[in-house]
Design a protein around this ligand. Sequence first.
Ligand code: ADP
Ligand code: MG
Length: 698
Amino acid sequence: MVESVLQTPIEFLKGVGPSRAALLTKETGIRTFRDLLYYFPFRYEDRTRLFPISSIHEDMPSVQLIGWFHDLRFEGQGLKKRLIGYFSDETGMVEVVWFSGIQYWSKQIQAGKKYLLFGKPALFKNSLSIAHPEFELYDNQKPPELALSPVYRSSLELKKSRISNKMISNMLRQLLQNIKSHLPESLPDYLIRKNQLVGRYNSFWYLHFPANQSELAKGLQRQKYEEIFYAQLKALMLRTKRRSENKGFVFTHTTSLKEFYVNHLPFELTSAQKRVIKEIHQDLRSGLQMNRLLQGDVGSGKTMVAFCSILLAQSNGYQSCIMAPTEILAEQHFKTLSVFCEQMGLTIGLLTGSTKKAERQKLLAMLEEGACRVMVGTHALLEDPVVFHSLGLCIIDEQHKFGVAQRARLWKKSHPYEPHILVMTATPIPRTLAMTVYGDLDVSVIDELPLGRKPIITVLRFDPEIQKVFGFVKEQLAIGRQAYIVYPLIEESESLDLKNLMEGYEEMKKVFKEYSLAMVHGRMKSNEKEKEMTRFSSNEAQVLVSTTVVEVGVNVANASIMLIQNAERFGLAQLHQLRGRVGRGSDQSYCILMAQVKASEDSKKRLKLLCSTNDGFKIAQEDLSLRGPGDVLGTLQSGLPDFKLTDFSADVSLFSSIRSEVEVLLEHDPQLRSSEHQPILDCLQKETAYPMDWAKIS
Ligand code: ADP
Ligand code: MG
């Protein structure tokens, strides 16, 4: 690694030293000069203006005033004791009040002196007052710097050690002054000009010390550009590298697939399915390893696409495996595929944590001999004793539930090449996120549902209407349908969730006493879960009470009701997934969102959106802007650390335009050899925040 001044440990900044540095690292993650530079304020207080007191009102954010304190006194007794007084200027006065540290504050204030005060006016008993204002002596000789004042994330520990906002600001000021002539530009000149960006150095000034909104906007524009630019660059370079280097098995034969098409295909494929199967086949015979993401809304028919891919591997003598994140899902895949496999005379196995030892040994032996052609499973597939005879294709369901390292263990089970990889997800991922998280994968989308599917009717109902809702569910049960009733995970604590679910279960047993109920939750042993699920899918139980474990993949065609309790507690994407559990048969299906009357207007608005559309992408886009990328992606562990400023829902057009610029750039200069791209190369090599095994890209 080439040295860069930005990699200097933070303790070497004047005034920091080893102990403060250690604390900073612990509390904020800041280790180096670079980290400090990129420790952007999370908000700004507007101190660009001074207000006359007569003009302030309770709807204003924090305001800045100049005046003097008077009539300070203590009021109240014991815990209610407070320091109270007035702050005045020539135009009027406002009450000021302190509830804690009142002795300390009373001593800080000198009567008759002029102060600069900053605080939020609020209405208290019909008069305006400011609680716990910030203030400092006003110096006529040295008027205050009117600016947007940055606020950095802090912590109790930092405050205790007097690492204040101001101190962070001072550190940054000093750092910026120190590195003025050392900070390399990170973008090529022509892109800076084309996009009218400010230079890198200035952008840090503008973000940490904006004089006004316009400077802040320029700083933001530049840094967002950089975030997106480097993320796209890395993703596209990886993809290029993979496409040019990773050789793969060549699957040219299609005998098994043809046989299946002619003799066993249970329905006409949708044109989206046909297109996607074609895309997959093109990858599989290209001589390069396939790395494809298959996106398709719930019910779009991904399983059939998966099976056709398996048949392509089979036609060429290779085994396949499918890895699912939960046992229930693995079992579901196993069941569905078993039917097709049997028709085709293929042996299929299921390997999960609860596979019995004898069965496991038998399966493993068959797998190693090549007698077992398709293996479905959970994480259990990753274990060392799982050896394939000739693994050619790995299908992964809901990949974001698996870590990268875990997946890599699967790749090692195939020789001499890595297996082809097909990642399936029912989570519609907005383009900006897909480009980032799956940017190095090729993407296929099934954007069409099978014909004849009746759209699910979704309604929002409130708790006073619950009896009517139960009445409706009973009508459906009476004509032979089945219902899911889902309870949310309310508390962090699993036992409270369980209690909530148990109470719900008991209540539902009374409400639906003519019917049998089953129950599934996350804490059950998998064989119990399996037993309950089987009771439901075989229609021995007509109602399934559960937590969100039914979220993905479960498939019971006769279930036509999805009743979701406390729907306001779920994310939109999650609700959409749950809704996808019904509408799988030919009957009209219903999703009933139960909410509390007192739920916030925002939640009601979100739920209404769900009622108005079945389009998963639209919903995901909305969820992204409401709840952020973490929620849309589910349990993606690490988040998106390279993105500090970019807003995945608002900056959509920025993503697309930068993506195109990066594509053009790499097309002309894939190795970044030209001198105008030197800044990029330097940045990738010297700044570790862009981690990339550079040696691999030759
Ligand atoms: P998902 O994409 O959610 O995994 P599935 O593969 O489970 O969807 O398919 C949902 C249902 O639609 C299944 O019952 C499946 O048999 C059926 N299906 C899939 N493709 C078609 C098609 N082309 N025509 C009719 N039904 C289909
Ligand atoms: Mg599925």
